[in-house]
Design a protein around this ligand. Structure first.
Ligand code: NAD
Length: 478
């Protein structure tokens, strides 16, 4: 029996006032799992009006009151992790035991971190040129955020915004894709229980049209966006003068230098390719190996690939579930066909596995001798494919690594500290990981792209959700 989900608007569960709905099937089973209403423009207006009222109230709360609210959310979150992880697996496809449970648990951590950070979000006292003048700064909430999120981490990515956003007194309207919104809506019950003011969070699932209605709305002060670079560019061209956080695509290179621990590099590269079926912005999208160790690396990668188990994501032995959607699977088909046409060799995998409940179970794939101009090297594949490119030497490897506009997170394997810095100093990437997978992540990590492709997050996310207000005080002449 498919679930009938409701929108969460202005503190109420509602069918909205529109007359359309989305029917969603599971990538795991192929069955119709839920129907969710499509919001009308009146529903969007209502969410924004309620959000304005909520932030107007919360800006007067002390940081300690908001921190307490976040800690209540964090505590209630802990009781729901396993139930919600089950829904996440069903709608998104990631393995339940190997990934979904940690994914939901980590999503709750954003509330704990925000509660700590907001209590230390201090302004400054600034020296002035006048003896009877005092000048200082305070952090104010930005206001109402349209928060547009992708399907690969349907709970965690919204919480990256909601945690620090609420802690600083903002209101957020979250728009997840309609086909991965169930786990998020289920977790929203925690916000109600924790006493979050009505309207401080609304959740309106939908497609690009709903997203665009939100980001262009005059009642919205700021946009938080995580998704593809193409959509990000469109949003920036449409939203006008609004504050924004833009988190976009990656094409993460991993470089294996001649002196690297080859086995460790191969295991990390394979992990960075199959984790969440490669549907991660920091997935290992390109493997650049220095010629000298090419053959040894290929052998080690093939050995590591034997530990990948594709199958039912509810089976504890599975570490590679289905892709989430047909668009992603079709992109994998195109990238692999193009690499083959250009003379690359598919060493393992290379297509969809048949005989499973949906057509979205993609074989773990390794492609060798990939030409740099092939699609799988140039574009973000977002699937479980490891393309191996050869480099003559370190300089050539840096050149290949840098020929992308998507410099989000890179990795380099070397046992030589000087060489590690040679690469870190030259690779244009928001983060460079030494001797671990590109898919290495800490909730505290400053994160974002290089070369103007991505605004990213600073060391304390709460900063991104506030405007700095300067207060100038003129004292009596004494
Ligand atoms: P997408 O750009 O297709 O969609 C992202 C969101 O934008 C969805 O909610 C979608 O409905 C919405 N949207 C689409 N068109 C819109 C429009 N015109 N106006 C407003 N909203 C619109 O991306 P996706 O396929 O859902 O996600 C995958 C992408 O996200 C990958 O490129 C991945 O690298 C990136 N990503 C980045 C990070 C990061 O932190 N940098 C994290 C996860 C995913």
């Amino acid at each position: 029996m498919a679930e009938h989900l409701k929108l969460f608007i202005a503190g109420e569960w509602t069918d909205g006032t529109g007359d359309e709905a989305y029917d969603v099937t599971s990538p795991v089973t192929g069955e119709h799992i839920y129907t969710v209403p499509k919001a009308s423009s009146a529903d969007i207006d209502r969410a924004i009006t309620a959000a304005r009222e909520a932030t107007a109230e919360m800006r007067h709360w002390t940081a300690f009151e908001r921190a307490e609210m976040c800690l209540r959310i964090y505590d209630l979150w802990q009781q729901r992790i396993e139930d919600v992880a089950r829904i996440l697996t069903l709608e998104q496809g990631k393995p339940f035991k190997a990934e979904a449970i940690d994914d939901i648990a980590e999503s709750g951590d954003y509330f704990q971190i925000a509660a700590e950070d907001v209590k230390r979000l201090a302004g400054e006292v600034i020296p002035t040129t006048e003896r009877n003048r005092r000048m200082f700064t305070v952090h104010r909430p930005v206001g109402v955020w349209a928060t547009i999120t992708p399907w690969n981490f349907p709970v965690m990515i919204p919480m990256e915004y909601v945690g620090p956003g609420l802690a600083t007194g903002n209101a957020l309207i979250v728009k997840p894709p309609e086909f991965t919104c169930w786990a998020l809506l289920e977790m929203a019950k925690v916000f109600e229980e924790a006493g979050v003011p009505a309207g401080a969070i609304s959740i309106i699932p939908g497609g690009g049209d709903i997203g665009e209605a939100l980001v262009t709305h005059r009642g919205v002060d700021a946009v938080g966006f995580t998704g593809s670079s193409a959509t990000g560019a469109r949003i920036v061209s449409k939203m006008g003068l609004k504050r924004s956080i833009m988190e976009m695509s990656g094409n993460g290179p991993t470089v294996v230098a001649a002196d690297a621990d080859i086995e460790k590099a191969a295991e990390a590269a394979v992990y960075g390719t199959y984790y969440n079926a490669g549907q991660v912005c920091v997935a290992t999208e390109r493997l650049i190996v220095v010629d000298e160790v090419h053959d040894a690396f290929v052998d080690a990668a093939m050995a590591a690939a034997e530990d990948v188990t594709l199958g039912d994501p509810f089976d504890d032995a599975t570490n590679l579930g289905p892709l989430n959607n047909e668009a992603t699977a079709a992109k994998m088909d195109r990238h692999i066909a193009d690499a083959r046409e250009r003379g690359a060799e598919v060493l393992t995998g290379g297509g969809r596995r048949t005989g499973l409940p949906t057509d979205l179970y993609y074989e773990f794939t390794i492609i060798d001798d990939v030409p740099e101009d092939s699609m799988v090297s140039q574009e973000e594949s977002f699937g479980p494919v490891l393309p191996i490119l050869r480099a003559r030497d370190d300089e050539d490897a840096v050149g290949i690594a840098n020929r992308t506009r998507l410099g989000l997170q890179a990795a380099v394997f070397t046992n030589d500290l000087t060489k590690a810095f040679y690469y870190a100093d030259r690779i244009r990437s928001g983060t460079v990981i030494v001797n671990d997978s590109t898919d290495t992540w800490e909730t505290f990590q400053p994160f974002g792209g290089a070369a103007g492709t991505d605004t990213g997050w600073g060391r304390q996310r709460v900063h991104e959700f506030t405007d700095l207000q300067t207060i100038v005080l003129s004292l009596r002449d004494e």
